[in-house]
Design a protein around this ligand. Structure first.
Ligand code: GLU
Length: 451
């Protein structure tokens, strides 16, 4: 059986790292098993869904390297399917009309809590007689519709979490259809999963209770709940152990991309996080080959921006010029990229090094007389003609011979004067890029000469 999976974001906001991890798991699972990955947009909640979020979600998924074989499919375009399914549930008595107002329900919840009972729906509407129902229908007020849950439990072998049991009796009968006739996600999702032949539902652990309910709805619709396997990925938590909330704008894919995180680093990080695998750079094929739902730990995974940044650094180091050329400062060459790529946490830092080799940074004069004399000597000894690594090595050797300085005492003042930084790419790589005129000017200024 070839798997069919779906990723089903709601276009009510930007994708964040939690969604992205679920999307990646679905895409990699489908790839690994030569299955189909379907993109679905859960957009029945008109008040909260926005077209700009939808466009952003597609763009962010593509940026992350995810492509889909089917979709995007919109739930809003399938309202008739849900209405038809709802009619079937009404006919079998599993979907029943309710007329309670929000205030009534809130009051009932408070009363139950006061009496020490779980604040679940009391099924009062289910107890209405035919006559009472007919009267309510005739009153003109439209009902919302609840699904009568089965007795007992819903249990399944989760592909990540292992055996899971949801006690249906401990839950409220869920509302599946609103007063205005629109379906809720809980329901629409089951109809889709059933009709679209989904074989594996891979999603976040926050949906475990939903799964218990949705398997019950699925059976009521004539589906076989055992025909769909479920996998719930444990949630991501922050350094403090608190769940990463969707509201954390800084962890949206857009924000991370804006900060300069590479898609390949983020993908590798999210897929390996919470598994025993090494957090190391990995291309898509490698991620596919190594993907295994059973490898995810059952406990929450800690999302650590510092770890992500370290991985980003390693990913940048391995990127060839071609992969970054469009995102480098105008004029930057392959030579430049090869010189600086080992020194970047974020690609945006390349701009600063471009200023060093092609711009006009000016070092302040050095304080110590000794250093100034050394830098003046270094300026005077700068080789003429074209430069390469060897010219630079010959220059520093000559400086050692003339001044006795070597190692840090030699390189630190040169580096500071030439780049304005304590650390960075090798001087032998930077100097040929910077050229003689810039080097001469900076050394002279640092030596205290009025240029
Ligand atoms: N739209 C739901 C969400 O974003 C989909 C959950 C599911 O995969 O069924 O949470």
């Amino acid at each position: 059986m070839t798997p069919r999976v779906r990723f089903a974001p709601s276009p009510t906001g930007y994708l964040h790292v939690g969604n992205a991890r679920v999307a990646l798991a679905n895409a990699l699972f489908a790839s690994k098993h030569s299955g189909t990955f379907l993109l679905r947009l859960d957009d029945t909640d008109r008040a909260r869904c926005r077209p700009e979020y939808e466009a952003a979600i597609l763009e962010d998924l593509r940026w992350l390297g995810i492509s889909w074989q089917e979709g995007p499919l919109h739930q809003r375009g399938r309202l008739e399917r849900y209405a038809e399914a709802a009619e079937r549930l009404k006919a079998s008595g599993r979907l029943y009309p309710c007329w309670e107002t929000e205030e009534e329900l809130a009051f009932k919840r408070r009363e139950r809590l006061r009496r020490g009972l779980a604040p679940i729906y009391d099924r009062a509407a289910l107890a209405l007689t035919e006559e009472q129902r007919a009267r309510a229908m005739a009153s003109g007020r439209r009902p919302h519709w609840r699904f009568r849950l089965s007795h007992g439990v819903s249990a399944w072998d989760d592909l990540v979490l292992g055996r899971r049991v949801v006690k249906l009796a401990a839950l409220s009968d869920p509302v599946l259809v609103r007063e205005d006739g629109t379906p809720l996600y809980t329901f629409a999702s089951v109809v889709d999963d059933l009709e679209l032949g989904i074989t594996h539902v891979i999603r976040g652990e926050d949906h475990v209770t939903n799964t218990g309910v949705q398997r019950d709805i699925l059976a009521a619709l004539g589906g076989d709940p055992e025909a769909i396997r479920f996998a719930h990925l444990p949630l991501l938590v922050g350094a403090d152990g608190e769940p990463l909330s969707k509201r954390l704008g800084s962890l949206s894919l857009r924000a991370l991309r804006g900060d300069g995180i590479e898609a390949a680093a983020l993908a590798a990080y999210l897929v390996r996080l919470g598994t025993a695998a090494d957090i190391a750079p990995a291309g898509w094929e490698e991620l596919v080959a190594g993907f295994d739902l059973a490898a995810f730990s059952r406990s929450p995974a800690r999302f650590d921006p510092v770890q992500l940044l370290a991985l980003n650094r390693r990913v940048l180091q391995a990127l060839p010029f071609e992969a970054v050329r469009d995102r480098l400062p105008e004029g930057a060459t392959e030579h430049f990229w090869n010189a600086v790529r080992g020194n970047l946490d974020l690609l945006s830092e390349a701009r600063q090094w471009w200023e060093v080799v092609a711009g006009n940074i000016m070092p302040p004069p050095f304080e110590a007389e000794e250093d100034r004399a050394f830098l003046a000597a270094a300026a005077a000894a700068l080789p003429q003609g074209a430069w390469d690594e060897e010219t630079v090595a010959a220059w520093t050797r000559a400086l050692t011979a003339a001044t006795g300085r070597r190692g840090r005492a030699l390189f630190r003042p040169l580096r500071l004067a030439l780049t304005g930084e304590e650390h960075g790419p090798e001087l032998k790589d930077l100097l040929p890029l910077m050229g003689r005129d810039r080097a001469l000017l900076r050394l002279s200024l640092a030596a205290g000469d009025k240029a």
